[in-house]
Design a protein around this ligand. Structure first.
Ligand code: ADP
Ligand code: MG
Length: 621
């Protein structure tokens, strides 16, 4: 028996769910502490993903880049010495002290070229390393999210919007990856600045102190911008989600759009959506532009001040002053790159946080996994006093239902729409767990952690059968990769799908289109039934799966179902009199309750008015 199964976390109410993107409130602005917390989450995530070795080697590579660039700069001093520009003469002094001969102009220049060549190679290696890390991080994030989607409890999944999931898996993961790259670059920039400051301190400690002070002032000045940048990132992300959601709705509902004359309305709405995306993007770029313009102006003023201080205040030799100016220019450009990186991270952070939130939500709702084997099912499946509520809704979809499904034979579930038939099917499939009551397989309770294994033994065909955009062969073989063509045809034959498929020029290699949309509803249903039969399940559930079939196809499938019922349990949810009549037993649902159960004659005697209302008597008589 599996370990006790914790109930999945509460899922949002259907009533509370927004009906349109417009109703979605803008996410509330978050404070500096929360931003820091999210930044820390990104840092932790990268550290966890890259592992200590990769992180250390990347940082070392960054350090090498910073050092190579700094060393190139230091070479300026002997160059200036050698060019005869009056300098301190310190460098020749050091070389002499180390017992090295003074380098000539040619030697120094050659050294400079070599150093720059090495530096560019190091930069290349760093760029590629960082890119590899970023791409691998995006892959990893996507894989984790995809895994979490596959493993989460059904009610958690079914409450999420597919647009949000697809947006997260595509754009938001990429954006998070960009955040990671800039985070690593931030590391390089930081190291570079430290190197430059150290060099400055070497030349003139008070100057280095001044620079440090300036950097602190700059950092403080930028703080209010951070909030705005993050907010714009949030808005862009929200706008992107809305656009994506509308787009998916348009594509899925194109038939409704076209047939109801909704083109103009949808066009307007989509134009609004893309305008929101564009506006939030523009607002961000404009903010970043303003900030850069201000920074440049401030930088020019500060440079002037530094030169003035160095030349007049500190009375430095010309060569040293020149070196300080070059170092300061580098410091400024590195500082600006650092700030740009910070902005990019702030802008990307909402995407990373959104993916993180989704991951957490999905994982908290993860279905328990047990190593155990599938529960036995030789005698019967018993539903005992089961109640189930979708979301936190008031009215239960199933209310104290007790029923028995024998391991052999056909059980039909009938009842008005909304009476809980599909909910019962989901329960028997192990997609959802009862709120109270239990399900027993051969008397053994089906625990939360047994459900995964249990689903290996069931096959399910819904009313709107889904086929993958692939060939019929691949749609069938995905459930039994070892099946021969003869076995595929046999399943198709039994599902009354062989005739129409033989008439197709490509036969088994016919491509079915998105969701099977290149086939008729009936053709799609029959192929879905063939796929279910190939699984050789112990329990086959057909939820109004014959609804799109003509009487002739239904008759053929019924004879197959009757044959199947001899050695497996078949549960058919149906509105069709012929299907209901071929069942060995009927379960009659109304308003979430089981109102009658038994053979046709028994049910007819007890619930004739309901059967008549469902149209099961008039047509069948
Ligand atoms: N995912 C869901 N979220 C909220 N309510 C649901 C959901 N699925 C079904 N319901 C509600 O539960 C009740 C039973 O639904 P269902 O089992 O699908 O009925 P049936 O298959 O008999 O038509 C209905 O009132 C329906 O509106
Ligand atoms: Mg239903």
């Amino acid at each position: 028996m599996g370990r006790p199964h914790a109930p999945p976390p509460p899922v949002p109410d259907r009533e509370a769910a927004p009906m349109s993107g417009d109703a979605t409130p803008q996410p509330p602005p978050i404070g500096g502490r929360e931003r820091l917390r999210r930044l820390a989450a990104l840092v932790r995530d990268v550290a966890r993903f890259a592992g200590p070795r990769r992180l250390v080697s990347t940082i070392m590579l960054m350090g090498a880049t910073a050092f190579a660039e700094g060393a190139g700069l230091l070479l300026l001093l002997p160059l200036l010495d050698l060019l005869g520009i009056s300098g301190s003469g310190r460098v020749s002094g050091w070389l002499g002290a180390m017992g090295l001969p003074p380098v000539g102009l040619g030697g120094a220049l050659a050294l400079y070229v070599v150093l720059m060549a090495v530096a560019s190679l190091v930069v290349r290696a760093r760029t590629l390393t960082v890119l590899r890390l970023r791409l691998a991080y995006v892959d990893d994030l996507r894989r984790r999210l995809h895994d979490a989607i596959l493993a989460t409890e059904w009610p958690v999944f079914s409450r999420l919007r597919s647009a949000a999931l697809s947006q997260a898996l595509t754009e938001e993961c990429v954006k998070a990856g960009i955040g990671v790259e800039f985070l690593l670059r931030l590391g390089t920039n930081g190291l570079q600045i430290a190197t430059l400051l150290a060099a400055a301190a070497w030349v003139s400690p008070p100057l280095a102190g001044l620079l440090l002070g300036l950097a602190a002032v700059a950092g403080l000045t930028m703080r209010p911008m951070n909030r705005l940048t993050y907010r714009l990132g949030q808005m862009l992300q929200e706008a992107g989600r809305r656009m994506n959601a509308d787009l998916l709705d348009d594509l899925a509902g194109m038939r409704v759009v076209r047939s109801h004359g909704l083109e103009a309305a949808r066009r307007r709405r989509f134009a609004e959506r893309i305008a929101q995306v564009r506006d939030s993007h523009l607002a961000y770029m404009s903010l970043a532009g303003t900030e850069q313009a201000l920074t440049r102006t401030a930088a020019a003023a500060v440079t002037a001040g530094v030169v003035l201080t160095a030349v007049q205040g500190l009375d430095m030799p010309l060569a040293d002053t020149l070196a300080v100016i070059v170092a300061f220019a580098r410091l400024l450009s590195t500082g600006m790159a650092l700030r740009q990186g910070q902005t990019m991270i702030l802008h990307a952070l909402p995407a990373h946080a959104a993916v993180g939130d989704l991951l957490r939500q999905l994982r908290e709702g993860a279905e328990p996994v047990a190593a155990g084997k599938a529960p036995p099912f030789e005698r019967s499946l018993r539903v005992e006093g089961v109640c189930y509520r979708h979301g936190s809704g008031e009215t239960p979809a199933l209310n104290d239902v007790t029923a028995e499904i024998p391991a052999r034979g056909i059980t039909a579930v009938i009842g008005p729409s909304g009476s809980g038939k599909s909910t019962l099917a989901d329960l028997l499939l192990g997609l959802i767990t009862p709120e109270s009551g239990r399900i027993l397989a051969d008397g053994r309770p089906l625990e939360g952690s047994d459900r995964l294994a249990w689903r290996q033994r069931v096959a399910y065909v819904p009313q709107d059968s889904f086929l993958f955009h692939d060939t019929v062969r691949n749609n069938l073989a995905m459930v039994r990769p070892d099946a021969s063509d003869a076995e595929l045809w046999d399943a198709l034959e039994r599902a009354a799908a062989a005739d129409f498929l033989r008439a197709q020029p490509s036969g088994l290699d016919t491509v079915v289109g998105d969701r099977g949309g290149w086939l008729s509803g009936g053709e799609r249903q029959r192929i879905a039934i063939a796929r279910a039969l190939l699984r050789r399940p112990a329990l086959l559930i057909l939820d109004e799966a014959t609804s799109a079939l003509d009487a002739e196809s239904e008759r053929r499938i019924l004879s197959v179902i009757e044959a199947l019922g001899r050695d497996m349990a078949v549960l058919v949810v149906t509105h069709r009199p012929a299907t209901a009549r071929c069942a060995d037993r009927l379960l009659v649902m109304e308003g979430g309750r089981l109102v009658a159960a038994g053979r046709w004659e028994e049910v007819e005697a007890r619930s004739a008015p309901l059967l008549a209302r469902l149209g099961l008597l008039a047509t069948a008589a």
